[in-house]
Design a protein around this ligand. Structure first.
Ligand SMILES: *Cc1c(COP(=O)(O)O)cnc(C)c1O
Length: 432
Protein backbone atom coordinates (compact mmCIF):
# COMPACT_ATOMS: atom_id res chain seq x y z
CA UNK A 1 0.00 0.00 0.00
CA UNK A 2 1.38 3.39 -0.95
CA UNK A 3 1.40 6.02 1.71
CA UNK A 4 -0.15 9.32 0.83
CA UNK A 5 1.80 12.37 1.83
CA UNK A 6 -1.53 13.92 2.87
CA UNK A 7 -1.84 11.14 5.46
CA UNK A 8 1.70 11.66 6.67
CA UNK A 9 1.19 15.40 7.04
CA UNK A 10 -2.16 14.92 8.75
CA UNK A 11 -0.58 12.57 11.32
CA UNK A 12 2.20 15.09 11.94
CA UNK A 13 -0.29 17.93 12.20
CA UNK A 14 -2.56 16.09 14.64
CA UNK A 15 0.29 15.74 17.09
CA UNK A 16 0.69 19.49 17.44
CA UNK A 17 -2.41 21.23 16.15
CA UNK A 18 -5.81 20.32 17.61
CA UNK A 19 -7.48 18.08 15.03
CA UNK A 20 -4.56 18.80 12.71
CA UNK A 21 -6.14 21.98 11.38
CA UNK A 22 -6.37 25.67 12.14
CA UNK A 23 -10.09 25.94 11.33
CA UNK A 24 -12.44 23.01 12.06
CA UNK A 25 -14.17 22.40 8.70
CA UNK A 26 -10.80 21.70 7.07
CA UNK A 27 -10.48 18.47 9.07
CA UNK A 28 -13.05 16.59 6.91
CA UNK A 29 -14.76 15.47 10.11
CA UNK A 30 -18.23 15.57 8.56
CA UNK A 31 -17.28 13.60 5.45
CA UNK A 32 -14.52 11.41 6.86
CA UNK A 33 -11.13 10.74 5.31
CA UNK A 34 -7.91 12.71 5.15
CA UNK A 35 -7.90 16.39 4.36
CA UNK A 36 -5.87 17.41 1.33
CA UNK A 37 -2.81 19.43 2.22
CA UNK A 38 -2.45 22.06 -0.46
CA UNK A 39 0.94 22.50 -1.98
CA UNK A 40 0.22 25.21 -4.49
CA UNK A 41 -2.61 26.64 -6.54
CA UNK A 42 -3.01 28.32 -9.88
CA UNK A 43 -6.14 29.59 -11.61
CA UNK A 44 -9.04 27.22 -10.93
CA UNK A 45 -6.84 24.44 -9.56
CA UNK A 46 -4.81 23.41 -6.58
CA UNK A 47 -2.39 20.53 -6.14
CA UNK A 48 -2.24 18.49 -2.95
CA UNK A 49 0.79 17.07 -1.16
CA UNK A 50 0.75 14.04 -3.50
CA UNK A 51 0.81 16.29 -6.54
CA UNK A 52 -2.80 15.46 -7.44
CA UNK A 53 -4.73 18.26 -9.14
CA UNK A 54 -8.22 19.37 -8.10
CA UNK A 55 -10.70 21.76 -9.63
CA UNK A 56 -11.21 24.07 -6.68
CA UNK A 57 -14.82 25.03 -5.86
CA UNK A 58 -13.95 26.50 -2.48
CA UNK A 59 -11.51 29.22 -3.43
CA UNK A 60 -10.39 29.67 0.18
CA UNK A 61 -14.11 29.77 1.16
CA UNK A 62 -14.84 32.67 -1.13
CA UNK A 63 -11.97 35.16 -1.38
CA UNK A 64 -10.35 33.82 -4.57
CA UNK A 65 -12.90 35.23 -6.99
CA UNK A 66 -10.22 35.80 -9.65
CA UNK A 67 -8.81 32.31 -9.20
CA UNK A 68 -5.42 31.60 -7.67
CA UNK A 69 -2.28 33.48 -8.58
CA UNK A 70 -3.85 36.25 -10.65
CA UNK A 71 -0.90 38.12 -12.19
CA UNK A 72 -2.25 41.62 -11.49
CA UNK A 73 -2.87 40.80 -7.85
CA UNK A 74 0.53 39.16 -7.40
CA UNK A 75 2.21 42.21 -8.87
CA UNK A 76 0.34 44.56 -6.53
CA UNK A 77 1.17 42.41 -3.50
CA UNK A 78 4.86 42.11 -4.40
CA UNK A 79 5.13 45.85 -4.90
CA UNK A 80 3.42 46.59 -1.59
CA UNK A 81 5.57 44.06 0.25
CA UNK A 82 8.76 45.79 -0.80
CA UNK A 83 7.56 48.98 0.88
CA UNK A 84 6.95 47.29 4.22
CA UNK A 85 4.65 44.73 5.85
CA UNK A 86 3.01 46.73 8.58
CA UNK A 87 3.43 50.15 10.14
CA UNK A 88 0.73 50.64 12.74
CA UNK A 89 0.20 54.03 11.16
CA UNK A 90 -2.20 55.14 8.42
CA UNK A 91 -1.42 54.58 4.73
CA UNK A 92 -2.81 55.92 1.47
CA UNK A 93 -4.02 52.49 0.37
CA UNK A 94 -6.44 52.31 3.31
CA UNK A 95 -8.02 55.52 2.04
CA UNK A 96 -8.16 54.14 -1.50
CA UNK A 97 -9.80 50.92 -0.34
CA UNK A 98 -12.32 52.86 1.75
CA UNK A 99 -13.10 54.99 -1.31
CA UNK A 100 -13.66 51.88 -3.44
CA UNK A 101 -15.97 50.28 -0.87
CA UNK A 102 -18.01 53.43 -0.37
CA UNK A 103 -18.31 53.88 -4.14
CA UNK A 104 -19.46 50.29 -4.72
CA UNK A 105 -21.78 49.79 -1.73
CA UNK A 106 -24.14 52.76 -1.51
CA UNK A 107 -25.39 51.95 2.02
CA UNK A 108 -21.84 52.43 3.32
CA UNK A 109 -20.86 56.05 3.89
CA UNK A 110 -17.98 55.29 6.21
CA UNK A 111 -16.01 52.15 6.77
CA UNK A 112 -13.52 50.67 9.24
CA UNK A 113 -11.04 48.01 8.13
CA UNK A 114 -10.34 44.95 10.28
CA UNK A 115 -8.59 41.62 9.69
CA UNK A 116 -11.31 38.94 9.76
CA UNK A 117 -15.01 38.47 9.20
CA UNK A 118 -15.39 37.53 12.84
CA UNK A 119 -13.98 40.90 13.85
CA UNK A 120 -16.19 42.74 11.35
CA UNK A 121 -19.41 41.14 12.63
CA UNK A 122 -18.39 41.45 16.27
CA UNK A 123 -17.52 45.12 15.88
CA UNK A 124 -20.70 45.89 13.94
CA UNK A 125 -22.65 44.28 16.76
CA UNK A 126 -20.90 46.36 19.42
CA UNK A 127 -21.46 49.51 17.40
CA UNK A 128 -25.15 48.71 16.96
CA UNK A 129 -25.49 48.27 20.71
CA UNK A 130 -23.55 51.46 21.36
CA UNK A 131 -25.56 53.43 18.84
CA UNK A 132 -28.96 52.28 20.12
CA UNK A 133 -28.15 51.92 23.80
CA UNK A 134 -29.91 48.53 23.64
CA UNK A 135 -28.63 45.02 24.31
CA UNK A 136 -30.85 42.48 22.58
CA UNK A 137 -30.08 41.15 19.14
CA UNK A 138 -31.71 38.84 16.61
CA UNK A 139 -29.83 36.26 14.62
CA UNK A 140 -31.13 33.39 12.50
CA UNK A 141 -30.49 29.70 12.90
CA UNK A 142 -28.00 28.57 10.25
CA UNK A 143 -26.47 32.01 9.69
CA UNK A 144 -22.82 32.25 10.71
CA UNK A 145 -21.26 35.51 11.73
CA UNK A 146 -17.88 34.34 12.95
CA UNK A 147 -17.02 32.92 16.34
CA UNK A 148 -17.73 35.81 18.66
CA UNK A 149 -19.38 34.63 21.92
CA UNK A 150 -22.73 36.39 21.55
CA UNK A 151 -23.24 34.92 18.07
CA UNK A 152 -22.32 31.29 18.81
CA UNK A 153 -25.84 30.40 19.68
CA UNK A 154 -28.70 28.20 18.57
CA UNK A 155 -32.41 28.46 19.18
CA UNK A 156 -33.69 27.87 22.70
CA UNK A 157 -37.00 26.32 23.61
CA UNK A 158 -39.19 29.28 22.81
CA UNK A 159 -39.38 32.89 21.73
CA UNK A 160 -39.61 34.31 25.20
CA UNK A 161 -36.39 32.49 26.09
CA UNK A 162 -32.95 33.13 24.70
CA UNK A 163 -30.63 30.90 22.74
CA UNK A 164 -28.20 28.25 23.93
CA UNK A 165 -24.46 28.49 23.28
CA UNK A 166 -23.25 26.22 20.44
CA UNK A 167 -19.78 26.06 21.94
CA UNK A 168 -18.39 25.10 25.31
CA UNK A 169 -16.67 28.06 26.88
CA UNK A 170 -19.44 30.48 25.98
CA UNK A 171 -21.17 31.37 29.25
CA UNK A 172 -24.98 31.43 29.08
CA UNK A 173 -24.69 35.05 30.21
CA UNK A 174 -22.83 35.87 26.97
CA UNK A 175 -25.81 34.81 24.85
CA UNK A 176 -28.55 35.97 27.18
CA UNK A 177 -29.35 38.87 24.87
CA UNK A 178 -29.30 36.85 21.65
CA UNK A 179 -32.63 35.80 20.16
CA UNK A 180 -32.37 33.05 17.57
CA UNK A 181 -35.12 32.78 14.97
CA UNK A 182 -35.89 30.62 11.97
CA UNK A 183 -34.73 32.06 8.64
CA UNK A 184 -37.57 33.09 6.31
CA UNK A 185 -40.21 32.71 9.05
CA UNK A 186 -42.20 35.96 8.95
CA UNK A 187 -44.75 35.04 11.63
CA UNK A 188 -42.00 34.27 14.14
CA UNK A 189 -40.14 37.45 13.26
CA UNK A 190 -43.27 39.54 13.86
CA UNK A 191 -43.98 37.81 17.14
CA UNK A 192 -40.41 38.42 18.28
CA UNK A 193 -40.52 42.12 17.45
CA UNK A 194 -43.86 42.45 19.22
CA UNK A 195 -42.29 40.95 22.34
CA UNK A 196 -38.81 42.47 22.27
CA UNK A 197 -38.75 45.12 19.52
CA UNK A 198 -38.17 48.11 21.79
CA UNK A 199 -35.11 46.48 23.35
CA UNK A 200 -33.52 45.32 20.11
CA UNK A 201 -30.20 46.84 19.09
CA UNK A 202 -30.05 45.01 15.80
CA UNK A 203 -31.03 42.17 13.57
CA UNK A 204 -28.02 40.53 11.96
CA UNK A 205 -28.43 38.34 8.90
CA UNK A 206 -26.78 36.82 5.89
CA UNK A 207 -29.05 38.11 3.08
CA UNK A 208 -28.16 35.05 1.03
CA UNK A 209 -27.06 32.51 3.56
CA UNK A 210 -23.97 30.61 2.50
CA UNK A 211 -23.45 28.96 5.85
CA UNK A 212 -26.48 26.74 5.38
CA UNK A 213 -25.31 25.88 1.88
CA UNK A 214 -27.25 28.41 -0.17
CA UNK A 215 -30.53 29.80 1.08
CA UNK A 216 -31.94 33.15 -0.02
CA UNK A 217 -33.99 35.37 2.21
CA UNK A 218 -37.34 35.52 0.42
CA UNK A 219 -38.47 38.91 -0.78
CA UNK A 220 -41.42 39.20 1.65
CA UNK A 221 -39.18 38.11 4.53
CA UNK A 222 -36.52 40.68 3.65
CA UNK A 223 -39.16 43.40 3.34
CA UNK A 224 -40.50 42.54 6.77
CA UNK A 225 -37.01 42.52 8.33
CA UNK A 226 -36.44 46.03 7.01
CA UNK A 227 -39.89 47.33 8.01
CA UNK A 228 -39.75 45.95 11.53
CA UNK A 229 -36.21 47.20 12.18
CA UNK A 230 -37.25 50.66 11.02
CA UNK A 231 -40.47 50.62 13.03
CA UNK A 232 -38.73 49.60 16.26
CA UNK A 233 -35.50 51.54 15.83
CA UNK A 234 -33.29 48.45 15.56
CA UNK A 235 -30.41 48.43 13.09
CA UNK A 236 -30.50 46.00 10.18
CA UNK A 237 -27.02 44.53 9.79
CA UNK A 238 -26.16 42.62 6.65
CA UNK A 239 -23.35 40.17 7.11
CA UNK A 240 -22.00 40.19 3.58
CA UNK A 241 -18.64 38.73 4.51
CA UNK A 242 -19.37 35.96 2.02
CA UNK A 243 -21.78 37.63 -0.43
CA UNK A 244 -20.04 41.02 -0.70
CA UNK A 245 -18.43 41.38 -4.18
CA UNK A 246 -19.23 37.68 -4.67
CA UNK A 247 -22.88 37.55 -5.72
CA UNK A 248 -22.80 40.98 -7.40
CA UNK A 249 -20.57 44.05 -7.45
CA UNK A 250 -22.80 45.78 -4.90
CA UNK A 251 -23.29 42.64 -2.81
CA UNK A 252 -26.59 40.91 -2.05
CA UNK A 253 -28.01 44.24 -0.87
CA UNK A 254 -27.82 45.57 -4.44
CA UNK A 255 -30.02 42.67 -5.57
CA UNK A 256 -32.66 43.34 -2.91
CA UNK A 257 -32.47 47.07 -3.68
CA UNK A 258 -33.46 46.27 -7.27
CA UNK A 259 -36.61 44.56 -5.98
CA UNK A 260 -37.51 46.71 -2.97
CA UNK A 261 -37.50 50.45 -3.74
CA UNK A 262 -35.15 52.39 -1.46
CA UNK A 263 -33.94 49.26 0.29
CA UNK A 264 -30.68 49.29 2.21
CA UNK A 265 -29.28 47.81 5.40
CA UNK A 266 -28.07 50.11 8.19
CA UNK A 267 -24.72 48.40 8.53
CA UNK A 268 -22.73 45.89 6.50
CA UNK A 269 -19.93 43.50 7.37
CA UNK A 270 -17.54 42.59 4.56
CA UNK A 271 -14.64 40.16 4.29
CA UNK A 272 -13.40 37.33 2.07
CA UNK A 273 -13.36 38.89 -1.47
CA UNK A 274 -12.31 42.36 -0.27
CA UNK A 275 -9.04 40.84 0.92
CA UNK A 276 -8.50 38.76 -2.22
CA UNK A 277 -7.06 35.99 -0.03
CA UNK A 278 -5.27 38.17 2.52
CA UNK A 279 -6.58 38.76 6.06
CA UNK A 280 -8.81 41.76 5.52
CA UNK A 281 -12.40 42.56 6.38
CA UNK A 282 -14.48 45.65 7.04
CA UNK A 283 -17.68 47.00 8.48
CA UNK A 284 -19.48 50.15 7.53
CA UNK A 285 -22.72 52.07 7.47
CA UNK A 286 -24.11 55.56 7.71
CA UNK A 287 -21.82 58.40 8.76
CA UNK A 288 -23.99 59.09 11.80
CA UNK A 289 -23.54 55.56 13.14
CA UNK A 290 -19.90 55.10 12.13
CA UNK A 291 -18.89 58.35 13.81
CA UNK A 292 -19.77 56.73 17.12
CA UNK A 293 -16.63 54.60 16.78
CA UNK A 294 -13.41 55.43 18.59
CA UNK A 295 -11.51 57.72 18.28
CA UNK A 296 -14.51 59.95 17.41
CA UNK A 297 -17.07 58.25 19.58
CA UNK A 298 -17.51 56.11 22.65
CA UNK A 299 -17.60 52.66 20.98
CA UNK A 300 -14.15 51.11 21.22
CA UNK A 301 -12.63 49.09 18.40
CA UNK A 302 -9.00 48.64 17.34
CA UNK A 303 -6.47 46.36 15.60
CA UNK A 304 -2.67 46.19 15.38
CA UNK A 305 -2.78 44.83 11.83
CA UNK A 306 -6.01 46.58 10.72
CA UNK A 307 -5.71 48.05 7.22
CA UNK A 308 -2.50 46.12 6.68
CA UNK A 309 -0.60 47.59 3.70
CA UNK A 310 -0.03 44.26 1.91
CA UNK A 311 -3.61 43.07 2.51
CA UNK A 312 -5.07 46.35 1.25
CA UNK A 313 -2.92 46.11 -1.90
CA UNK A 314 -4.28 42.61 -2.50
CA UNK A 315 -7.87 43.69 -1.85
CA UNK A 316 -7.61 46.78 -4.06
CA UNK A 317 -6.11 44.83 -6.96
CA UNK A 318 -8.93 42.28 -6.62
CA UNK A 319 -11.65 44.94 -6.49
CA UNK A 320 -10.22 46.64 -9.60
CA UNK A 321 -10.51 43.39 -11.56
CA UNK A 322 -14.10 42.64 -10.57
CA UNK A 323 -15.16 46.08 -11.79
CA UNK A 324 -14.19 45.29 -15.38
CA UNK A 325 -17.23 45.29 -17.68
CA UNK A 326 -19.01 41.95 -17.92
CA UNK A 327 -17.12 40.38 -15.01
CA UNK A 328 -20.16 39.28 -12.99
CA UNK A 329 -22.21 38.36 -16.05
CA UNK A 330 -19.55 35.91 -17.20
CA UNK A 331 -19.01 34.57 -13.69
CA UNK A 332 -22.74 34.12 -13.12
CA UNK A 333 -23.17 32.35 -16.46
CA UNK A 334 -20.38 29.89 -15.68
CA UNK A 335 -21.69 29.25 -12.17
CA UNK A 336 -25.22 28.72 -13.47
CA UNK A 337 -23.96 26.22 -16.03
CA UNK A 338 -22.35 24.20 -13.24
CA UNK A 339 -25.55 24.03 -11.19
CA UNK A 340 -27.68 23.28 -14.25
CA UNK A 341 -25.27 20.57 -15.38
CA UNK A 342 -25.10 18.87 -11.99
CA UNK A 343 -28.87 18.99 -11.59
CA UNK A 344 -29.46 17.47 -15.02
CA UNK A 345 -26.89 14.73 -14.36
CA UNK A 346 -28.52 13.77 -11.06
CA UNK A 347 -32.09 14.00 -12.25
CA UNK A 348 -31.32 11.87 -15.31
CA UNK A 349 -30.21 9.14 -12.90
CA UNK A 350 -33.34 9.62 -10.81
CA UNK A 351 -31.49 11.25 -7.91
CA UNK A 352 -33.32 14.10 -6.13
CA UNK A 353 -31.12 17.13 -6.60
CA UNK A 354 -31.55 20.88 -6.89
CA UNK A 355 -29.36 23.93 -6.73
CA UNK A 356 -29.21 27.68 -6.92
CA UNK A 357 -26.57 30.29 -7.64
CA UNK A 358 -25.97 34.00 -7.71
CA UNK A 359 -22.89 35.56 -9.25
CA UNK A 360 -19.99 33.28 -8.37
CA UNK A 361 -21.64 31.56 -5.41
CA UNK A 362 -23.69 28.38 -5.58
CA UNK A 363 -25.30 25.66 -3.54
CA UNK A 364 -26.71 22.26 -4.34
CA UNK A 365 -28.86 19.89 -2.33
CA UNK A 366 -29.68 16.21 -2.51
CA UNK A 367 -33.27 17.29 -2.01
CA UNK A 368 -36.31 17.57 -4.27
CA UNK A 369 -36.71 21.28 -3.72
CA UNK A 370 -34.72 24.24 -2.47
CA UNK A 371 -34.86 24.56 1.32
CA UNK A 372 -35.75 27.85 2.98
CA UNK A 373 -34.29 27.31 6.42
CA UNK A 374 -31.62 25.45 8.34
CA UNK A 375 -33.83 22.62 9.61
CA UNK A 376 -34.77 21.70 6.03
CA UNK A 377 -31.16 21.91 4.83
CA UNK A 378 -30.27 19.44 7.55
CA UNK A 379 -32.82 16.90 6.31
CA UNK A 380 -30.28 16.13 3.55
CA UNK A 381 -29.20 12.47 3.46
CA UNK A 382 -25.72 13.07 4.80
CA UNK A 383 -24.21 9.63 4.00
CA UNK A 384 -25.37 10.19 0.40
CA UNK A 385 -23.73 13.62 0.37
CA UNK A 386 -20.52 12.13 1.75
CA UNK A 387 -20.45 9.46 -0.97
CA UNK A 388 -20.91 12.14 -3.60
CA UNK A 389 -18.23 14.31 -2.00
CA UNK A 390 -15.64 11.52 -1.91
CA UNK A 391 -16.43 10.27 -5.42
CA UNK A 392 -15.92 13.79 -6.75
CA UNK A 393 -12.76 14.22 -4.71
CA UNK A 394 -11.35 11.01 -6.20
CA UNK A 395 -12.09 12.41 -9.63
CA UNK A 396 -10.22 15.63 -8.82
CA UNK A 397 -13.16 17.87 -7.96
CA UNK A 398 -12.95 19.68 -4.64
CA UNK A 399 -16.26 20.74 -3.12
CA UNK A 400 -16.79 21.96 0.42
CA UNK A 401 -16.47 18.98 2.79
CA UNK A 402 -19.80 19.61 4.52
CA UNK A 403 -23.34 19.67 3.20
CA UNK A 404 -24.15 23.02 4.81
CA UNK A 405 -21.42 24.99 3.00
CA UNK A 406 -21.76 27.03 -0.19
CA UNK A 407 -19.50 26.61 -3.21
CA UNK A 408 -17.60 29.16 -5.27
CA UNK A 409 -16.67 29.51 -8.91
CA UNK A 410 -13.90 31.91 -9.93
CA UNK A 411 -13.22 33.88 -13.08
CA UNK A 412 -10.44 31.37 -13.81
CA UNK A 413 -12.86 28.43 -14.14
CA UNK A 414 -13.34 27.62 -17.82
CA UNK A 415 -16.25 25.99 -19.63
CA UNK A 416 -14.00 22.91 -19.90
CA UNK A 417 -13.59 22.82 -16.09
CA UNK A 418 -17.34 22.91 -15.65
CA UNK A 419 -17.80 20.22 -18.27
CA UNK A 420 -15.21 17.98 -16.61
CA UNK A 421 -16.98 18.48 -13.29
CA UNK A 422 -20.39 17.63 -14.71
CA UNK A 423 -18.92 14.56 -16.46
CA UNK A 424 -17.49 13.34 -13.16
CA UNK A 425 -20.87 13.83 -11.47
CA UNK A 426 -22.65 12.07 -14.34
CA UNK A 427 -20.41 9.01 -13.91
CA UNK A 428 -21.02 8.98 -10.16
CA UNK A 429 -24.78 9.26 -10.41
CA UNK A 430 -24.96 6.62 -13.15
CA UNK A 431 -22.98 4.01 -11.17
CA UNK A 432 -24.01 4.87 -7.68
C1 LIG B 1 -16.65 33.52 6.73
C2 LIG B 1 -17.75 34.28 7.38
C3 LIG B 1 -17.56 34.98 8.59
C4 LIG B 1 -16.30 34.88 9.38
O1 LIG B 1 -15.20 35.38 8.72
P1 LIG B 1 -13.72 34.95 9.22
O2 LIG B 1 -12.83 35.76 8.35
O3 LIG B 1 -13.64 33.48 8.99
O4 LIG B 1 -13.63 35.32 10.66
C5 LIG B 1 -18.59 35.77 9.05
N1 LIG B 1 -19.76 35.84 8.39
C6 LIG B 1 -19.98 35.17 7.26
C7 LIG B 1 -21.28 35.32 6.56
C8 LIG B 1 -18.99 34.36 6.72
O5 LIG B 1 -19.25 33.65 5.60
Amino acid sequence: MTTSRNDVLFERAKKLIPGGVNSPVRAFKAVGGTPRFVQRAQGAYFWDADGKRYIDYIGSWGPMILGHGHSGVIEAVQKAMMDGFSFGAPTEREVELAEEIVKLVPSIEMVRLVSSGTEAAMSALRLARGATGRSKIIKFEGCYHGHTDALLVKAGSGLATFGNPTSAGVPPEAVQHTLVLEYNNIAQLEECFALHGKQLACLMMEPICGNMNFVRATLPFMKRCRELCTAYGALLIFDEVMTGFRVALGGAQSLYAELIPGFKPDMTALGKVIGGGMPLAAFGGSKAVMEMLAPLGAVYQAGTLSGNPVATACGLATLREVQKPGFYEALAERTRSLVTGLTAAANKAGVPFCGDSQGGMFGFFLLGQLPQNYATVMTTDSPAFNRFFHAMLDKGVYYAPALYEAGFVSAAHTAADIEATVDAATQFFAHR
